[in-house]
Ligand binder design. Structure first.
Ligand code: DP6
Length: 330
């Protein structure tokens, strides 16, 4: 039996940074994101006598995975089986699988390809047994914390349910993609591979003297962000998500070793967007994940002006997405 699924990245409005259990990716605090409608990852999974992975880019050229990435995918498969065992759903699951991944996402450009990959694979694995959306989200989290959120469409939280076992955090939809049509104009100033990835970064988050304070601020920010989404209050969403993104980068910069993901180009884009939204009264906000890429989230009304802004950014790659529907079987 072959099972195929597709998924997309998400962009966090309240960021996930730091775990209370790194091995199981149990987050230290809640986070909230918007699932995107593109770029897309698809995967086909088939029972096999040994675990294998093949990966292709959008042109169909094989893109061989490095050892570290194969080890991560294998670990995810093992954790998937462990979790299904704990909930008595292991029957019907093959002992090993061969995985074929097709990706439209250029690697390491700062748009969460691991979120799309692990949500996609979890959706496909769940095709062997029947699971709830929450259980699929737990499977996705075991590969990449933020992947838990791409299992759902629209506006999604990753919530700590407080326990310490493997199933102790899953995503939940706050509002579907039809609720509020927001766009994400993604400006990528650099295609340089980042030196330190999120996994290593999360593990050192608690070495930052600002981390404890960040954790105490998250419940208020989550509430404000949820309210802003429910009421479609863009100004409120802008204030809380920019506060949170900048705060996460302050925490990162004070970690040991320090993580400096934002570049001079990032800071220039932020300054120019702040000036443009003031002069033209635009509903646009900026947010940055673990890289220099700037996500400009905006309303329908602001889209043309933001697209025009993106088009004149020299030396940058631009991706355009909008709120999307989350992972599905195909
Ligand atoms: C800064 O989910 O990429 O993008 O579990 O190691 O894959 P891993 O981490 P990851 O962390 C996301 C960090 C972030 C913020 C966010 O998406 O919430």
């Amino acid at each position: 039996m072959k099972i195929s699924a597709r998924s997309t990245p998400n962009i966090a409005l309240i960021k996930y940074w730091g775990n209370r259990n790194d091995g199981l990716r149990l987050p230290a605090a809640d986070s909230l994101s918007m699932t995107l409608d593109s770029p897309c990852i698809s995967a086909t999974v088939e029972a096999s006598d040994h675990f294998s992975v093949q990966s292709f880019d959008e042109r169909g050229t094989e893109n061989p995975q490095n050892e570290k990435s194969i080890a991560r995918l294998k670990k995810h498969w093992e954790l998937t089986r462990n979790y299904l065992d704990t909930i008595n759903r292991i029957d019907g699951m093959p002992d090993a699988v061969s995985i074929v991944i097709r990706s439209e996402i250029p690697p390491a450009i700062g748009i969460a390809s691991s979120a799309a990959v692990f949500s996609c694979l979890s959706e496909a694995h769940a095709g062997f047994v029947s699971l709830t959306r929450e259980e699929i989200s737990i499977l996705a989290r075991l590969g990449s914390g933020s992947a838990a959120r791409s299992v759902f469409g629209g506006f999604v939280t990753l919530e700590n349910t407080g326990g310490t076992d493997i199933g102790s955090a899953h995503a939940r939809q706050v509002a579907p993609e039809t609720h509020w049509q927001l766009h994400d104009v993604i400006i990528v100033p650099s295609r340089e591979q980042k030196k330190v990835g999120s996994t290593e970064g999360h593990a050192m988050a608690s070495t930052s003297p600002l981390f404890k304070e960040r954790i105490t601020q998250i419940p208020r920010r989550m509430q404000e962000c949820t309210d802003a989404i429910t009421k479609k209050d863009f100004e409120k969403l802008q204030h809380v998500s920019e506060e949170d993104s900048l705060d996460m980068h302050h925490v990162m910069e004070k970690q040991n070793p320090p993580l400096k993901y934002l570049s001079e180009e990032t800071r220039r884009i932020i300054r120019e967007i702040e000036a443009l939204r003031k002069s033209d009264h635009l509903e646009v906000l900026y947010t940055m994940d673990a890289g220099p890429t700037v996500h400009l989230i905006c309303t329908d009304e602001a889209l043309k002006a933001i697209n025009d802004f993106a088009d004149v950014q020299k030396g940058c790659i631009v991706f355009r997405a909008k709120v999307g529907g989350g992972s599905t079987l195909v």
